[in-house]
Ligand binder design. Structure first.
Ligand code: B1M
Length: 262
């Protein structure tokens, strides 16, 4: 079978990474990434479906199509060759594609493995990565309560009390807001909940070292390892030592091909 390749910008490292597939798959991914890059939100759902129709698993369409398009504009933003409006338009386009993928990434038949309260911390409005982490956790059987963006420590604590959460998951994309992970953990401790609720910290500027230093129980560099870290945190095997998601295997969710969920 003929194999084609394309290069994408890794959204986490910014490095160029090679992706391979059949010529049809690579063509569909290129088309999808280009629509996202141009912010063409009206055609992104159809282009997402077209990529799935080539037999690609939903997670590959997410990372190598939708995220790849966003990463191109993210890279321009970093070099000041694109500005906030372009980034917002691209983010909107990516989100319309996520609506097609979400049912495939989050099968509802599994029993909840645990309850997670998720949010982007106070002062921070980035929600794309946090949203993907939430979808992946749901796909793995967790019950996820997403507090949204700009979540105050008090909102985290209240939601944790309301839903009796097992895990608090915090996201931050700004080096100025990541310190609010620490402030939120302090609020959890002051509410007398720290012993009962495990804490996971993540987002592009957050490192394992930072997460461990502020007293989190786990850190994950991406959504797949976030799922593995969450599973470990609620398992009887977890002995209380810090979970470095970077050292965990990135396991794909069950089988997310369109045929599997039909
Ligand atoms: Co913003 N922005 N932004 N932005 N933005 C960044 C983050 C930036 C790196 C761009 C740059 O300069 N290179 C930079 C931050 C620099 C820094 O602090 N180190 C930046 C800046 C400066 C800003 C503003 C301050 C710009 C301004 O106003 N002058 C402003 C801040 C607004 C605010 O929050 N108060 C701002 C605004 C925006 C938009 C609103 C325009 C838009 C957000 C739209 C939205 O989210 N709805 C936006 C975007 C889109 C970006 C970039 C381009 C892309 C972020 C993204 O969605 N990545 C970003 C540049 C970049 O990253 N290349 C940038 C894709 C996403 C899938 O990855 O979020 O990392 P990520 O999530 C991953 C992992 O990190 C991990 O798993 C996810 C999936 O694999 N993960 C977790 C995330 N959360 C986790 C939680 C976990 C575990 C893992 O456990 C609970």
């Amino acid at each position: 079978m003929a194999i084609a390749t394309m290069q994408i910008v890794d959204p986490i490292t910014g490095d160029l990474v090679e992706v391979s597939g059949t010529p049809d798959q690579i063509k569909a991914l290129r088309t999808l990434a280009a629509h996202v890059e141009r912010g063409e939100h009206l055609v992104v759902p159809d282009a997402t479906q077209a990529a799935l129709d080539t037999g690609l698993p939903a997670f590959d369409v997410l990372v190598n199509g939708l995220q790849a398009g966003l990463a191109i504009v993210g890279d321009r933003f970093k070099r000041q060759a694109a500005f906030i409006p372009e980034v917002l338009i691209t983010a909107r386009a990516m989100k319309t594609g996520m609506t097609v993928l979400k049912p495939l990434l989050a099968p509802t038949s599994q029993k909840p493995k645990g309850i997670v309260v998720l949010g982007t911390v106070r002062g921070d409005l980035h929600d794309i990565g946090k949203g993907i982490v939430g979808i992946m956790l749901e796909g793995a059987g967790f019950e996820v309560h997403d507090c949204g963006v700009n979540t105050s420590p008090e909102q985290f604590v209240q939601k944790i009390l309301d839903v009796k959460a097992d895990i608090m998951g915090m996201s931050a994309l700004l080096s100025t807001t990541m310190m609010n992970h620490k402030v939120t953990i302090q609020a959890l401790t002051e509410a007398g909940l720290r012993g009962k609720v495990k804490v996971m910290s993540g987002g592009a500027p957050v490192t394992a070292r930072f997460a461990e230093d502020i007293g989190a129980d786990a850190w994950a560099p991406d959504a797949l390892t976030a799922v593995e870290a969450a599973k470990l945190l609620i398992s009887a095997d977890w002995g209380g030592t810090f979970v470095n998601g970077g050292a965990l295997e990135r396991k794909a969710l069950v089988d997310t091909t369109p045929e599997a969920s039909a």
